[in-house]
Write a protein that binds this ligand. Sequence first.
Ligand code: GDP
Ligand code: ZN
Length: 458
Amino acid sequence: METDTIAAISTPSGEGAIAIVRLSGDEALDIADHVYKGKKSLHDVVTHTIHYGHIIDPADGSVIEESMISVLRAPKTFTREDIVEINCHGGLVSVNRVLDNVLSQGARLAEPGEFTKRAFLNGRIDLTQAEGVMDLIRAKTDRAMQSALKQVEGRLSERIRKLRQKLLETVANVEVNIDYPEFDADVVTTNVLKENVAFVGEEIDQLLVTARQGKIMREGLGTAIIGRPNVGKSSLMNNLVHENKAIVTEVPGTTRDVLEEYVNVRGVPLRLIDTAGIRETEDIVEKIGVERSRQVLQEAELILLVINSAEPLSDEDRALFQAVQGMNVIVIMNKTDLPKQVDEEELREYTSGRPIIAASFLNDEGIDSLEEAIAHLFFDEGVEAADMNYLSNARHIGLLNQAKRSVNDALEAVEMGVPVDMVQIDITRAWEQLGEIVGENVHDGLIDQLFAQFCLGK
Ligand code: GDP
Ligand code: ZN
């Protein structure tokens, strides 16, 4: 077991007024006490309490930071080790100095995800929960946060465990049949087999349906605003961004950093694609047909197509409708403050029953209806299943697909009259694959890889 004491800044850099230096391990209290000056030694305080004091440089006794220190003794902690959290409210510089100080006193800088890894290794959380923490760290909107939280609470694990239990029972049933052939329970077993395995298959399907949504929760629904020049794309952009909390992230690895903008529309995280293009060049439509624009469309999971209601539909508009056929499109008829010129009949031919949003971005009108339409599309049109966990992880999805395949193999075998003890192999495989999702069958390499993805300090 790893028992050395690790430390890291466990709050995102540059965010928030408070930064926390977190220590975990046998020496956590000792090390913290060396750099802490308060009323009492940290050794003498009650566990799970918080204390005011100063962080000092033990070399010369100078004060680095005024702080609140939480003392959390094992085992009732996140890592099940002694934990000390030093809350600093100064800037990055002083936080880093506090960290340097505890490192100089014998703590080791934590690897990314190491706190969570310890929690996992010490049996505090299972792998699904650990991954939930990872998503929590990355969660970009409130709803994504909630979904990540749910996962932390182990609800997905619970579902998966139930499925495994079912498979286990099924296998046991088969074993009985093999061990006590005098029961001649062949028919019963086959029926139970079929029933159970089919049930597990359906459950896996349900989990897979939510997987897509989970991905969206983490990454945002790729959204493209398109329309010919001057219809109001930028106005829509600005409206969306200003009315909602926008999070701008830089996408690394591009020559010129592309800006992605996230807006949280009634709980749906939209990742606005190529907004820089809209903002800077104003002519994304003129470039339709250009490789890049095509890519934007391909990447998009939601298209907001803006037209100008004060002008008749043009061939350019029609070409756009053509280009987005079969995609999730919301049509916005902008500039309704001006006399209407557009032929709504014709427009409806292109929108396959979906409502057309009338808007006047100039007057801030129509944004509400648009947001409602987006939320409706996402939450009501089959994407969300109520009270269901989001499967928000590619590894989970992969394993679920594998398990589903094993289950299908088992079903097929039963139907073909293959001896049950052969079917058992497929069932056992499905059981193992589901086990990997909750970390009950994992080997070290996989664990290391997973935890290395965590942010530092978690
Ligand atoms: P884009 O080229 O599609 O990005 O369009 P913009 O958002 O830049 O808008 C083009 C012009 O139309 C600007 O002068 C806007 O002020 C104007 N505009 C945008 N929305 C409306 C609207 O609802 N009504 C009117 N009358 N003008 C609008
Ligand atoms: Zn514009």
